[in-house]
Design a protein around this ligand. Structure first.
Ligand code: EPU
Length: 360
């Protein structure tokens, strides 16, 4: 049967009044007017063409680890559960590995290492799914997804057209891509292909990671390490990243959260020089384009917010960039806390903090 014939004959099983509490890592107790579990690509088209949802907004949800659901959703929620992962191609220089959009990200990373294909280890333990990862170009401990990205497949919700995008078309930036801008809410990402270079080198320069590796007896330096035997393996980096994240970041299964709640703001050199004179200890990272990235966690911490709460919405005790639901908070409670933090940081530093998760 051809793809279009299959699409036409697939009937969507929509569930009305679907509870989303276990589909968002903050654990907000909200509902979708309609939801549909997507286990095959064809189901996307069948769901969006169902007459019951004509004219209603549509949203695609992966692991729900990067959204703030501030109320019930009056529309169709597509719950992406497509599974599968395989090596699609291999050449002299790299492996090309494809994973379906609904694969849990961390399990996929662990699987690539078990197949002896290193390259994603710095991104261990990031919550969420493979399909959500390119949307915000996930990054951690010195590596961003775009550095290992080859292409992705997506379905345009309005037309059902399947498209393939390469890295240039995705327009990746820091926690940013085409899918957060022009492409916002228009596509369901069904699979992502990664390019994992065979000439692997450890990426171990990020301060927290280097410290953890040194504590485990590995050389902190990367390629220049004098003793190759001391160089960390991909598995050692994976283990160290997992340890650092566990020590700092709350497990969403125990304490509702969406990782960093704000992006690290990037300001121009002139503003930075003025700020540095007033705040000599400010944590900053020079960017290639001359601008300067600031550590939002430090700014928030300096304003005294670390560990503070507004009702059941709170700032995490060990990382001020993470907002948590201590139990019973609503999405609007959390957004009120976020606004209070933004206001204080702006008043003290003149810097605007931008939310990292998608706020609905
Ligand atoms: N800092 C504080 N107080 C805090 C938190 C941080 O002073 O409460 C200082 C730290 O001492 C450090 C600096 O701020 O000097 C940066 O902190 P950290 O290394 O913990 O990283 P981050 O900039 O806060 C970013 C990403 C994380 C990622 C880590 C590691 C963003 C928005 N966040 O956090 O990503 O895991 O680096 O690479 O870019 C996420 O996006 O959800 C996420 C967790």
């Amino acid at each position: 049967m051809s793809r279009s014939a299959l699409a036409a004959s697939t009937v969507a099983s929509l569930i009305a009044g679907y509870p989303l509490k276990t589909h968002n890592t903050f654990g907000f107790d909200v509902r979708a007017q309609f939801a549909c579990l997507i286990e095959r690509e064809e189901q996307v088209l069948a769901a969006v063409r169902d007459p019951r949802v004509a004219g209603l907004p549509r949203l695609v949800l992966g692991g729900g680890s990067n959204v703030v659901l501030s109320g019930d959703f009056a529309g169709l929620m597509l719950l992406m559960a497509l599974r599968g992962r395989r090596v699609v191609r291999e050449d002299q220089h790299a492996w090309y590995v494809e994973a379906a959009g609904g694969e849990p990200w961390h399990e996929f990373v662990a699987w690539t290492l078990a197949q002896r294909m290193p390259g994603l280890e710095n991104l261990a333990l990031i919550p969420g799914t493979v399909g959500a990862a390119p949307i915000q170009n996930i990054g951690a401990y010195g590596l961003e997804l775009c550095e290992r990205f080859a292409s992705l497949r997506a379905i345009e919700l309005a037309t059902g057209k399947v498209i393939e995008l390469d890295a240039a078309a995705c327009r990746f930036g820091y926690r940013d891509s085409f899918f957060k801008r022009e492409g916002r809410e228009r596509f369901a990402i069904t699979s992502v292909t990664f390019r994992l270079p065979k000439a692997w080198q450890p990426r171990a320069g990020y301060a927290d990671l280097a410290r953890e590796l040194a504590a485990r007896g590995h050389a902190a330096a990367t390629v220049e390490a004098d003793e190759p035997a001391m160089q960390p393996t991909a598995q050692a980096i994976f283990d160290a990243v997992v340890a650092v994240r566990r020590a700092k970041l709350p497990d969403p299964r125990e304490l509702g959260n969406a990782g960093s709640f704000f992006k690290n703001p990037v300001i121009d050199a002139v503003q930075f020089e003025a700020l540095k004179r007033r705040e000599p200890d400010i944590v900053s990272y020079a960017q290639a384009d001359g601008r300067v990235k600031l550590a939002a966690g430090w700014l928030i911490d300096q304003c005294g917010w670390k560990g503070r709460a507004m009702g059941a919405a709170a700032v995490h005790e060990r990382q001020a960039l993470v907002l948590v639901n201590r139990g019973g908070a609503s999405g609007s409670d959390l957004l009120a806390l976020a606004r209070a933090i933004q206001r204080d940081v702006f008043e003290r530093f003149g810097v605007e903090l931008e939310a990292e998760p998608v706020c609905l």
